[in-house]
Design a protein. Structure first.
Length: 288
């Protein structure tokens, strides 16, 4: 991980922690190379997950380290999820890392699992928010004192003005837990209205990631992420997908793109996913 506040506590004693790949201002290139080299020696492979909002210098550092080490055992996964959603995804990959999946399957599973994380926020203003299209009328409403907006960035982008009859039209179709992180907002809408509407099985709290205010365009927010908590369901979900070998680097993968070298599968090799994995909703995994 590229930020310590994106490393959530483990859900059990078996889930390993994550290593921190620090920013250039916090660590020299020589030290960074040494740390990653040590991780490779200890574990064999490194799967580095980082959000799209990362500083360009930090992203360049990651690629520089991989280039200097000339290693095909380092996967760099840039994830287009809000910060709390990234933290949830990283924990799920940590859970899967102790299963009998190869490093290539774990790395390519990130794209699949991202489709099952409903990541959003309650915002008190959308004037500086550009992750989901916001029309002029909604922008004008955001200037009205007391306005609140419910936004889901993925898997299906949604934005509604919070009111007595407002609801997000699309929620999870399977059993989830809800992780909530409060910023400079005292609103209870997420826990008192959204959670019952989405029929979440359990609520959990976390500290707001440092990058959340910049990602959402305001510090006055409550960020949330609904996710699959059960390792057995995650395992079945990933195991149900056809496995192939990357024609470029040879790593095992699921979906249509290698997690290590980013090479896509030739079109003729693309396969549909198996159905009937999740316990509720009879939802088949989308293409990753």
């Amino acid at each position: 991980m590229t930020s310590a506040d994106l490393v959530l506590p483990p859900t059990d004693q078996q889930t390993p922690t994550a290593a921190l790949l620090q920013a250039p201002d916090d660590q020299s290139l020589e030290m960074a190379i040494g740390d990653v080299h040590m991780l490779l020696e200890q574990h064999g492979y490194v799967v580095a997950v980082y959000p799209t909002g990362i500083a360009p210098a930090h992203e360049r550092r990651l690629h520089a380290v991989r280039s200097v080490l000339e290693s095909d055992r380092i996967a760099l996964l840039k994830v287009d999820l809000p910060p709390l959603g990234v933290a949830v995804l990283v924990r799920q990959l940590r859970q899967l890392s102790i299963c009998d999946f190869s490093p290539g399957v774990v790395a390519s599973a990130a794209r699949l699992l991202s489709h099952y994380i409903h990541a959003g926020a309650l915002l008190h203003s959308v004037t500086r928010f550009d992750r989901v299209p916001v029309d002029l009328r909604t922008h004008a409403k955001s200037w009205v004192p007391g306005s609140q907006f419910a936004v889901v960035a993925g898997p299906d982008p949604q934005l509604v003005k919070v009111g007595p009859k407002a609801e997000l039209p699309t929620g999870p179709e399977f059993a989830t837990h809800l992780l909530v992180a409060k910023g400079q907002s005292q609103s209870e809408w997420v826990t008192q209205t959204l959670a019952p509407a989405w029929q979440v099985q359990s609520l959990h709290e976390a500290a707001l990631p440092s990058g959340s205010s910049a990602w959402w365009g305001t510090g006055k927010l409550v960020e949330f992420a609904a996710y699959l908590p059960d390792i057995s369901v995650l395992y079945q979900l990933v195991a149900s997908v056809r496995r192939d070998n990357c024609h470029w680097c040879g790593m095992e993968l699921i979906g249509d793109r290698c997690g290590f070298c980013s090479s896509p599968l030739p079109a003729a090799e693309n396969r549909t996913h198996s159905a009937g994995v999740l316990s509720q909703g009879a939802l088949a995994p989308p293409r990753s």
